[in-house]
Design a binder for this molecule. Structure first.
Ligand code: SAM
Ligand code: SF4
Length: 517
C-alpha cells in the first residue's frame, strides 16, 4: 500500500498537480486547528506547538450573487471544475478523528482529492460529535452557513454521531444536505455517494449493528508516527447521561488477527506508536476462536517489530483488571498511562449515572494501578452538575481528587442529551451553578497538577517528538506517561524521533525541558 496515501499525502488544491511534501506536513501547520491528539491538547491546555490534523479553519467569502442566470452559469462551472474534490471537517474525540481518517481513505482510494476549504470542494462532509449539546449545535451552525442556493451544486453530507442521533430530521432542518451517514456505514460511502450523484437527494446510511465498521480498504492517517486503531466499536454500558450507546450502537470487537495484521503493516510503514481506541477499550472481546484477552492483545501489539509504544483509551473502571497492570509492568513498550474516567466521587451520583461501580470500588482500581512496579500516570473525566448532585456530592468529588491526585483531568458540565435516561430526571442544576462547580473542581486540579509538575523538574524523560515551534530550536513531544514537554535542542530534523529530555521548568499544564545529552 502506498505510504503517501496512508499518511495523508498532501494534495494541491484546485485540481492542480499533486505535490509531495514530507509526510505529515499538509495538515501540520503550527498553530492551526487542533493537535493530533485531543487528549494531548487538553493535557497542555492548548499548546503553541499544536499540529493540525485534517481539520481546517474555514474562511468564507461572504459575497455571493444568488438567483441570477449568471449565478446559475457560475454554479455549473463550479460544479464541473470541482468534480471529485472533498472537504472534511471533524468534530469530537480521537475516535471521530480516526473515523475521518477512514472516510478520507475511502474517498482517496476512489480518486477523490482532498482540499482545504469547502469553497474548493464538490463534496463537503462534516464528521460530527453529539456527546454534549454544544458540539451538536456547532454542526448545525456550520450547515446554516449554506443556503439552498448557496451550495452551487455541491454535495453536503453529515457523518458521525449527529447523523446517527438526528437521522432524517437533518434533511428537514437543512434541506441542502443530501447525505446522512453514521460511523458504522463508512465502508458503504462509495455506494451512498453514487446514489447522491445519480440524483437521489435523501441518502442515508444509519445501521449501527454491523461488523463492517472496522474494515476500510485504505485509512489516510494524519499523523505519520502515531496510528490510531479502533479495536472495539459501540458501547454496551448504559450510563444514564450518555448518548454513545444510541449513536454508536452495541459493542462490537474487531478480530485480533485483523488488528495484529494492521499493526504489522503500520510498523512496516514506519509508525512507531499505536493507540488502540474504543469507548470502553478494555471491554474488548476477541470474536475469533483465539479469544485473546485485552491484556494479551496489548502484549501481542507491542511484540510487532518496529512498534515502540502502545497506548489505549478509554478504559472503563469496571473492566479494568490486574492482568492489564501486569502487562504494563512486564512490557516497557506499553505506555505507563491509564485514562480511567470516574465521572463523580459520590457513590450516590454514580448510582444515578448507572456507572456500575461505587467510589470505594473505583478507589480499589486506583490502588491496583498504583501497586504496579512502574509509576503509571492516571487521568480521568468528571461531570459536574448531574441532576440531583448536592453540595455534599460535589465535596466528595473534590475529596476524590485529593485522594487520587490525577495527572490530568477533563471536566464537563452535565449536558442533557436526547435518547438518554437522565433526560427525564428532575432536580436540575442551573447553568450558573454548574459553572461554579466546574471552576472549583478545575482550581483544585490545577493545584494538584502544579505541585506534581514541580516534583518532575530535574527528571529525564524519553519523548516522541511531534511538534516544532515557530521559534528557533524549540520542539515538543510526549512522554510515555502522556505528558507534553516543550523543549529546546540544537539538533535539526527531530520530528518523529525519540529523544531524552531533562525537565527544567513546570507550569500547571505542561513541562519545559532541554534535550539531554
Ligand atoms: N466511554 C468513556 C467512559 O466510560 O468514561 C467516555 C466516553 S465520552 C465520549 C467522554 C466523556 O464525555 C465522558 O467520560 C464524560 O465525562 C463526558 N460526557 C459524556 N456524556 C456527557 C453529558 N451528557 N454531559 C457532559 N459530559 C458528558
Ligand atoms: Fe458513554 Fe458510559 Fe459507554 Fe462511556 S461507558 S461510552 S460514558 S455509556
Amino acid at each position: 500500500m502506498e505510504r503517501g496515501i496512508r499518511a495523508g499525502l498532501p494534495r494541491k488544491e484546485g485540481g492542480g498537480a499533486q505535490v509531495r511534501r514530507p509526510i505529515g506536513v499538509l495538515n501540520c501547520k503550527t498553530g492551526m486547528g487542533k493537535t493530533f491528539d485531543i487528549g494531548l491538547e487538553r493535557l497542555t491546555g492548548g499548546s503553541e506547538f499544536s499540529i493540525g490534523s485534517a481539520i481546517h479553519t474555514v474562511h468564507r467569502n461572504a459575497s455571493r450573487n444568488e438567483g441570477s442566470a449568471a449565478h446559475a452559469g457560475a454554479r455549473d462551472a463550479i460544479r464541473g471544475a470541482l468534480r471529485g474534490t472533498f472537504f472534511l471537517e471533524t468534530f469530537g474525540c480521537q475516535m471521530n478523528d480516526h473515523d475521518s481518517e477512514k472516510v478520507a481513505g475511502v474517498l482517496l482510494s476512489r480518486g477523490y482529492t482532498q482540499v482545504e476549504s469547502p469553497e474548493s470542494a464538490s463534496l463537503i462532509l462534516y464528521n460530527t460529535c453529539s456527546i454534549r449539546e454544544k458540539a451538536a449545535q456547532k454542526v448545525f451552525s456550520r450547515l446554516g452557513e449554506f443556503g439552498l442556493t448557496e451550495n452551487a451544486g455541491r454535495i453536503i453530507g453529515v457523518l458521525g454521531c449527529v447523523a446517527q442521533q438526528e437521522g432524517e430530521e437533518i434533511f428537514r432542518r437543512a434541506p441542502w444536505v443530501s447525505l446522512v451517514c453514521g460511523s458504522a456505514s463508512y465502508s458503504k460511502l462509495p455506494e451512498l455517494l453514487a446514489q447522491v450523484e445519480a440524483g437521489n437527494q435523501r441518502v442515508t446510511g444509519l445501521d449501527t449493528d454491523t461488523d463492517e465498521t472496522f474494515e476500510t480498504e485504505i485509512t489516510r492517517r494524519d499523523n505519520p508516527w502515531r496510528a490510531y486503531l479502533t479495536i472495539i466499536e459501540g458501547c454496551d454500558k448504559a450510563c444514564s447521561y450518555c448518548v454513545v450507546p444510541y449513536t454508536r450502537g452495541p459493542e462490537r470487537s474487531r478480530a485480533s488477527d485483523s488488528i495484529l495484521r494492521e499493526v504489522r503493516q503500520l510498523a512496516d510503514l514506519g509508525y512507531s506508536e499505536v493507540q488502540l481506541l474504543g469507548q470502553t477499550v478494555n471491554s474488548y472481546k476477541d470474536p475469533t476462536p483465539r479469544k485473546m484477552r485485552f491484556s494479551e492483545l496489548l502484549l501481542a501489539v507491542a511484540d510487532a517489530v518496529g512498534i515502540r509504544r502502545v497506548r489505549f483509551t478509554t478504559s472503563h473502571p469496571s473492566d479494568f483488571t490486574q492482568d492489564i497492570v501486569d502487562a504494563i509492568d512486564s512490557q516497557p513498550k506499553l505506555c505507563n498511562h491509564v485514562h480511567l474516567p470516574v465521572q463523580s466521587g459520590s457513590t450516590r451520583v454514580l448510582r444515578a449515572m448507572q456507572r456500575t461501580y461505587s467510589r470505594a470500588e473505583y478507589l480499589e482500581k486506583i490502588r491496583m494501578i498504583r501497586g504496579a512496579k512502574r509509576a503509571i500516570s492516571i487521568t480521568t473525566d468528571i461531570i459536574v452538575g448531574f441532576p440531583g448532585e448536592t453540595q455534599g456530592d460535589l465535596a466528595e468529588t473534590l475529596s476524590l481528587l485529593d485522594a487520587v491526585k490525577y495527572d490530568n483531568m477533563f471536566s464537563f458540565k452535565y449536558s442533557p442529551r436526547p435518547h438518554t435516561p437522565s433526560l427525564a430526571m428532575s432536580d436540575l442544576i442551573s447553568e450558573e451553578e454548574k459553572s461554579r462547580r466546574l471552576a472549583l473542581l478545575q482550581e483544585k486540579q490545577r493545584e494538584i497538577q502544579t505541585a506534581r509538575h514541580l516534583t518532575m523538574v530535574g527528571e529525564n524523560f524519553e519523548l516522541l517528538v511531534s511538534g516544532k515551534s515557530r521559534r528557533e530550536n524549540q520542539w515538543s513531544g510526549h512522554t510515555s506517561c502522556h505528558r507534553v514537554i516543550n523543549f529546546s535542542s540544537q539538533e535539526h530534523a527531530l520530528l518523529g524521533k525519540y529523544v531524552q529530555v531533562q525537565v527544567t521548568g513546570a507550569t500547571p499544564n505542561s513541562l519545559l525541558g532541554e534535550q539531554a545529552l
